[in-house]
Design a protein around this ligand. Sequence first.
Ligand code: FAD
Length: 379
Amino acid sequence: MSESKPPSDVVVVGAGIAGLAAAVELISRGMSVVVVESRDRVGGRLLSANSGEASLDLGATWFWPGEDRVARLVARLGVNVHGQYLDGDALFHTPAGAQRIDGNPLDGPSFRFSDGADSLTTGLAALMPAGTLHLNTQVDAVAVGVTIGGSVGVEVQAGELRFEAQHVVLALPPALAVHSIHFEPSLPDRLAGLARVTPVWMGGTTKVVARFQHPFWREEGLSGSAMSHVGPMRELHDMCGPDGSHAAIFGFVPASGGGPTITEAEVCQQLRELFGPQCEPIDVIICDWRTESATSPPGAENLTAYQTYGHELFQTPALDGRVHWASTETSQENPGHIEGALAAAERAVDAIASSVATASPVVPPHAPLAESPTEREPS
Ligand SMILES: Cc1cc2nc3c(=O)[nH]c(=O)nc-3n(C[C@H](O)[C@H](O)[C@H](O)COP(=O)(O)OP(=O)(O)OC[C@H]3O[C@@H](n4cnc5c(N)ncnc54)[C@H](O)[C@@H]3O)c2cc1C
């Protein structure tokens, strides 16, 4: 039996950074919002594992100078950040062994989230009123044009739960949205085709974090950065906490089709080849984003049409102006980055706010007066 939730102005699908930022802003503009998230946690591709006292980022790690939306959010939430360690030499890994490069051409100035990148999303989630967020709830259908309390709106189905609203924000990768959500009526062919081929940023990547007793590489004048033509990790970076606390190095294993996830033994072997036989991690965490079904639809690692990012079709709400795209892939600014996700969320919020402002007032008979459209206009 299907259970209907009370209608709201907006249903946000996905509690990653884009979905949460959109929800918090819509709420601050006086709208009623429900956020529906398939995982048992918020954050999406912002994921930090606690190991010892360290928060180790298994998804996004950095933000860069000029990414002002992230900087503003960091300031608003009071999130601690520190600079990426840049000192020392880098290493170059070839089949012949490791070569030391003078200086570190692999890293530029960037910032890290000292308590983990997911401190952004836990911080945003904490700003939402109780009852806004529905975890462990996977959306599987969106129907536009249904009658809700006398007006026309959107019905979002998640298993046995049914959410009704005026607008829906799709804050998940477009390729995943069209793979896992049934739209009624169908999305226009061009839009559905575009979404289907839009790569999931880093969705084919495996991230590896190795933790150490102390940052021994720094004592040897090394930055911890390395580039490898051997693999399995192709690129490595220092990932210590502020002032070298919580010593760690992380690496990326690029998309490699349907190959198996790499093993801890392979990681340790490569670390020894790079940093010498004394290099013994305390532990190794391996996160293969290809296997995260709430991030990457099957075969996502084979999608390569990056020119689709920020496509014009993602900028305009679909299906009677009610379905809004908001994941980082849909952004015209910094797509792929956290900054891009925040920009996409902003665009969706602005479109909803202007639609609410211009819509003829329709007050569902059961809606409390405080939720009348007049009082919901953006401040
Ligand atoms: C390994 C890795 C390294 C990265 N490094 C960086 C970096 O250093 N700097 C940077 O700026 N960016 C980096 N990124 C990218 C960054 O993480 C993303 O840009 C950002 O997190 C995307 O946020 P989003 O909200 O658009 O999408 P997501 O974070 O993917 O959020 C989508 C949400 O939707 C949920 N969901 C999916 N399907 C459904 C459904 N049917 N119903 C309900 N909920 C659903 C998911 O569980 C998820 O919570 C990295 C990503 C990865 C994976």
